[in-house]
Ligand binder design. Structure first.
Ligand SMILES: NC(=O)c1ccc[n+]([C@@H]2O[C@H](COP(=O)([O-])OP(=O)(O)OC[C@H]3O[C@@H](n4cnc5c(N)ncnc54)[C@H](O)[C@@H]3O)[C@@H](O)[C@H]2O)c1
Length: 446
């Protein structure tokens, strides 16, 4: 076992995101290793049944971190051979998250799991119960809210910059005909792109407007065949390819990891790729949410928050662009310095400030790869702090499960052709759980 200032970590799942987390570890080590609340993470193992991806990640670690972790092809072998392991970072396909997390927590390991936390509420519940039993940290690696400019957006909302929060519009349409990162994302048994991407949107809604109470949705499957990965920077809600000021994209790693996994360059989707939904938030606000990966032609992506005295375009995560505030009676958006003056107490935590170069930023400029490393490092800050201090992680089971429930409510509502209560979906109420229970049957939870 590591000490409180040093955590022995394994990455389970050595594809695209496992690789991006490794670069995040490197960034984290170079910037925040000496802050008291932030333990040093030492990568002692990587695990993936795909031996090529596992070895590729171990080789990358040897180059980037200066030490080659041990390679394992399954979690049981890894647990047996590495008693020194304190924590595990799960970056596998989401249909595996619940069982892997439950097993690792039961073995006494702290767990960081990529989003979506699981495919269903039942999966999330299994993980949360395992964490509670083992008294270990369960954190979700939801990264968008860690962007310091998303933090500023949040501070402006909380500080009343637009007055009372009334309405949210979130529309993104992209990726028509293209594979969104990996073919598995277009298969029902893996939750579909609405879940894989949509949980990011919901987490930002939760962060900005609080929990969603009711969902009324229509959904459709338009694109019956997809080929090749989507063009980078094609607009929409943002998979891994957006952001930054040019240069290579974090998605480039997938060219290798997808090939190692023998992924086809063509897929026939069997799950809806588009949703149009009306939301009601617990605070009384209304939301209009469109998310589609069947957008041929011009990509589109925009979010605007409306309140009783103005509107706010939230900072698009991982772009370096700050929020834009427009107030009644003003012709121009509020300039950045004046916007910051509206939130005098706003500052990001010390680790994030070191990563991005300031405590009160209104913009930043790094290339897309650097932004991605910093955002992944910020996720580790939260995980490390939770391990060392015992404080709850910022995005834990409650937040992760809510995001899963809201996305699954799109499916439940559309199938029932009526509004559904998110609380009922989140409580696994059988009258609004047809979609979730079908997925549960797919992943051994029925
Ligand atoms: N936060 C973000 O911005 C973001 C971006 C991309 C992916 N993700 C998330 O990261 C996760 C992984 O996605 P990805 O794009 O890296 O997928 P991927 O297909 O590139 O990688 C998944 C890897 O997990 C491996 N794997 C499968 N079964 C395993 C097992 N039992 N044990 C260990 N490894 C196993 C696969 O062989 C593969 O190498 C998903 O939950 C996805 O939603 C998040």
């Amino acid at each position: 076992m590591g000490t409180m200032d040093h955590v022995n970590l394994a990455i389970v799942g050595c594809g695209g995101m496992g690789t991006r987390h490794l670069y995040g570890m490197k960034e984290y080590a170079s910037i925040v290793g000496d802050v008291r609340e932030h333990p040093v993470f030492r990568l002692v193992a990587v695990c993936d049944p795909n031996e090529r991806n596992a070895n590729l990640l171990a080789d990358t670690a040897a180059t980037e971190l200066g030490e080659r972790p041990r390679v394992f092809l399954d979690v049981e072998a890894m647990l047996a051979a590495t008693p020194e392991l304190d924590a595990v970072d799960i970056t596998t396909e989401p249909r595996l998250h619940h069982n892997l997390a439950a097993e690792l927590l039961a073995a006494g390991k702290h767990v960081l799991v990529e989003k979506p936390m699981a495919l269903t509420v039942a999966g999330c519940n299994k993980m949360m119960a395992a964490a509670a039993r083992a008294r270990r940290v369960l954190a979700v690696a939801e990264n968008y809210r860690r962007d310091p400019l998303v933090r500023l957006t949040h501070a402006l909302l909380e500080g009343g910059a637009i007055g009372e929060r009334w309405m949210l519009v979130d529309a993104s349409v992209s990726s028509g005909g293209r594979i969104v990162i990996t073919p598995w994302r277009h298969k029902k048994a893996y939750g579909g792109t609405l879940l894989d991407v949509g949980v990011h949107n919901v987490d930002l809604m939760l962060y900005g407007f609080g929990p969603v109470e009711q969902v009324y949705a229509q959904i459709a499957l338009f694109d019956r065949i997809r080929k090749g990965m989507r063009r980078q920077g094609s607009g929409g809600s943002g998979g891994s390819g957006r952001g930054g000021r040019g240069g290579p994209s974090p998605s480039s790693i997938y060219t290798i990891t997808n090939a190692n996994a023998g992924m086809p360059d063509e897929v026939e989707p069997d799950v809806e790729d588009s949703a149009v939904a009306t939301l009601r938030f617990a605070n009384g606000a209304l939301g209009q949410w469109t998310l589609s990966h069947a957008g041929h032609g011009q990509g589109f992506g925009k979010k605007v928050y409306y309140g009783s005295r103005g509107s706010l375009e939230p900072a698009p995560p991982r772009t370096g662009r700050g929020p834009q505030l427009s107030l009644d009676g003003r012709r121009e958006p509020v300039p950045p310095e004046e916007m910051l003056a509206l939130v005098p107490n706003f500052s990001v935590d010390e680790g994030t400030a070191r990563l991005f170069g300031g405590t009160r930023l209104a913009a930043y400029e790094f290339d897309a790869m650097a932004i991605d490393r910093k955002i992944q490092a910020a996720v580790l800050i939260d995980f490390g702090r939770a391990i060392v201090t015992g404080a709850a992680p910022e995005v834990g089971g409650v937040e992760g499960r809510h995001a899963v429930a809201v996305v699954n409510a799109l499916f439940e509502s559309a199938r029932l052709n009526r509004p559904v209560s998110v609380a009922a979906v989140e409580a696994d109420d059988p009258t609004v759980s047809g979609w979730q229970h079908a997925l549960d049957a797919e992943i051994g939870l029925a």
